[in-house]
Design a protein around this ligand. Structure first.
Ligand code: RM4
Ligand code: MN
Ligand code: MN
Length: 419
């Protein structure tokens, strides 16, 4: 792959588009640096073809082990210079030789983002089943097994240099009457306290919520209110994680984000998009305006607290690819996130606040929509260019026949671990 040849061929058109943007919009000082600093972690479980419970249609050349997953993220990062971290799901990916894995990642410019525990599936060698929950389970032995697993995941993360544990629980119930809601809540908090106690001082615990699935009557950590009340009980290192696909239809996610940030309890993000539920589609593919509005609140809320946009929250993608090439899909997601971030940085916050204070509702909408309708792709591309990435990552991925090469070296029928 020759990035500079690719860029040279596209440079004239790129410069024209960037100049036009600069002539139309006042770019705030430092915006390019902010875009360059902003890195989005890639989930190790999203590098292969995803499936539904009805089927899975493999695409070929999928990574067969952790080393190959890291190589794939390295490829993404080389192309866009914005995917400089990988988030592992354990036990789907267990680093057997952490030092070697760390070196491999470092060679590709990658860090290890949050590690994710898995108590929503039974593993072949485990003593107690999670069929009726894990941290909420009626049996203390099952809860202990799930707690121990989380503590083990923290240890794995420490050996890789991760700084956060993400806990997503499928715990809940499928039928009315099945669960004592209060007991389930209390048991979950007690279990989380034990995990929290094992957290290194410079780590965070992100507690993710989800409205439904795989349980279809109740989820014990079902919404941001429950997660927020739990992380408040745990302590300052515990925060809520927002996965965009985990809300009931039409939830106002930007408002949730704003309040969590204000309360100092927003920890991180799982980006994706959805039409119906936890669809795990490409970020920005269905509701790009919502993504922009979320970033608008993120930038506003982080600036109000003097936070570092790039470092003070955990930015991750959580997606699944049923019909697209996973790597192309991830390139699309990263770009969509950067576009929304860049647009949020362009909002004239003083003018917006003045319009709000004057109850000028029309003006408020004009300010936001004018930015949302501004094509900032050249700005995002310029950030990539300055970092040594490709002006058009997907085009280069295709021109260089990267998938074909992966199929050649790994085979047409490989299957990556994950969902
Ligand atoms: C869940 C949730 C978690 C992810 C699993 C695979 O719905 O989004 O973050 O780890 O899926
Ligand atoms: Mn998630
Ligand atoms: Mn999910």
């Amino acid at each position: 792959m020759n990035i500079s040849n690719h860029n040279d061929a596209l440079l004239a058109g790129h410069t024209r588009r960037l100049d036009f943007l600069k002539s139309e919009v006042n770019l705030p000082a430092g915006i390019l640096q902010k875009l360059k600093d902003f890195q989005i972690a890639i989930p190790s479980w999203a590098l292969g073809t995803g499936g539904t419970r009805f089927g899975r249609f493999s695409g070929g050349g999928e990574p067969r082990n952790l080393e190959e997953k890291i190589a794939d993220v390295g490829l993404l990062h080389a192309l866009n210079q914005s995917s400089g971290a990988i988030s592992l799901h354990i036990p789907w990916d267990i680093p057997t030789d952490p030092a070697a894995i760390r070196t491999l990642a470092a060679q590709l410019g990658l860090a290890f983002d949050a590690v994710n525990s898995n108590t929503f599936q039974d593993q072949a060698d485990q003593a107690h089943s999670y069929k009726f929950g894990s941290l909420q389970h009626v049996s203390a032995a099952t809860r202990k097994q799930a707690i121990d697993h989380n503590i083990e995941v923290i240890k794995q993360g420490v050996s890789l240099g991760s700084k956060a544990l993400t806990v997503w629980l499928s715990d809940g119930s499928c039928f009315p009457g099945q669960l004592n809601f209060r007991h389930a809540y209390e048991r979950t908090v007690d279990s989380l306290r034990e995990i929290y106690a094992a957290l290194p001082a410079d780590w965070s615990l992100y507690l993710e919520y989800k409205a439904y699935e795989p349980n279809f009557y109740s989820t014990t950590v079902g919404d941001w209110g429950v997660s927020y009340s739990m992380v408040n009980k745990l302590g300052p290192q515990a925060k809520t994680l927002v996965d965009l696909g985990h809300h009931l239809p039409n939830a106002n996610i930007e408002q949730i984000v704003s309040i969590l940030l204000m309360e100092g309890k927003l920890g991180g993000f799982h980006f994706n998009d959805s039409k119906y539920g936890d669809d795990d589609l490409t970020a920005g593919s269905i509701k790009p305006y919502q993504l922009f509005l979320i970033f608008n609140e993120l930038v506003d809320g982080m600036d109000a607290k003097g936070m570092n946009h790039a470092k003070d929250l955990g930015w991750m993608i959580d997606a699944s690819h049923n019909v697209k090439d996973p790597l192309e899909d991830l390139l699309q997601s990263v770009e969509a996130i950067q576009i929304a971030y860049a647009q949020a940085l362009l909002v004239d916050r003083k003018a917006l606040e003045a319009a709000r204070e004057a109850n000028d509702v029309v003006r408020c909408q004009e300010i936001l929509q004018a930015v949302f309708r501004t094509d900032v792709r050249a700005l995002v591309a310029q950030a990539r260019l300055e970092l040594g990435g490709a002006l058009d990552p997907i085009a280069l991925f295709r021109q260089a026949k990267m998938r074909e090469q992966l199929i050649k070296s790994r085979g047409a029928k490989t299957v990556a671990t994950g969902l």
